[in-house]
Design a protein around this ligand. Structure first.
Ligand SMILES: N[C@@H](CCC(=O)N[C@@H](CS)C(=O)NCC(=O)O)C(=O)O
Length: 222
């Protein structure tokens, strides 16, 4: 049976799961809910996840309604290649990055992109400059993580890459679609400022199946 992932186009947390699936070269299908029509807050979706959030992953009798839980489940259900390492110290390093990216990078990117994408921010207010600075601090942390390895924590893509990648790619999307405001807040060229991140993004985008993980509406607009 094909693994099914319920998502909203452009939502970073479901994207984590889609990346985990392609890192393992697993087949999957997506159900893209229309947030503008409130499909995630109505039946039949609420029966899958009463919180009305995505992702939800369904595989046969299994239903999982959290992105990190879904990555952990994937690793047990389909162990090879591992997303959370094999050795104890490797697992600890990966989990440390997973929680740091999920907490700090996610919060910083959300603080920056909510005004840019959803509140039509068009001038560099002190709040927006502060948000841009916070995002740069977290991008610098990712850049440091990439100093010693091609992927977030090693030679192979792992759960930490799946968590961090959507955040970075969404900032690049803002640069591509809202260049004026992104330039005003000093974020016009993140790959120039953080070259290891630029190379890492290219590596992830070159993985087999990557295209299928990209937000639906980006493809439609292309
Ligand atoms: N802890 C959950 C959070 C899921 C979450 O907040 N997803 C966002 C999309 S990235 C969502 O569904 N937002 C819609 C809403 O909260 O109404 C996870 O990581 O799966």
């Amino acid at each position: 049976m094909t693994i099914r992932v319920y998502t909203i186009s452009g939502a970073p947390r479901p994207w984590r799961v889609l990346l985990g699936l392609i890192f393992k070269e697993l087949d999957f299908e997506t159900v893209v809910l229309k947030a503008s029509e409130g499909e995630h807050k109505a039946e039949p979706f609420l029966s899958l996840n009463p919180r009305g959030t995505v992702p939800v992953v369904v595989d046969g009798a299994v239903t999982i309604r959290d992105s990190i839980a879904a990555l952990a489940w994937l690793d047990r259900a389909y162990p090879d290649p591992p997303l959370f390492g094999v050795e104890a110290d490797e697992a600890a390093r990966i989990w440390q990055h997973v929680t740091e990216f999920a907490d700090y990078l996610r919060a910083a990117v959300d603080g920056l992109l909510t005004p840019v994408f959803f509140e039509n921010a068009h001038e560099a207010t002190p709040e927006l400059l502060k948000a841009a600075y916070a995002a740069k601090v977290e991008l610098a942390a990712l850049e440091r993580a990439l100093e010693s390895a091609p992927f977030g924590v090693g030679e192979m893509p792992c759960a930490a890459d799946a968590i961090a990648f959507p955040e970075v790619r969404l900032i690049q999307r803002a640069i591509d679609t809202k260049p004026g405001i992104m330039s005003e807040i000093g974020l016009q060229d993140i790959y120039g400022q953080f070259p290891r991140i630029g190379t890492w993004v290219e590596r992830v985008e070159a993985l087999p199946g990557y295209e299928k993980t990209q937000p639906h509406h980006w493809k439609e607009a292309a």
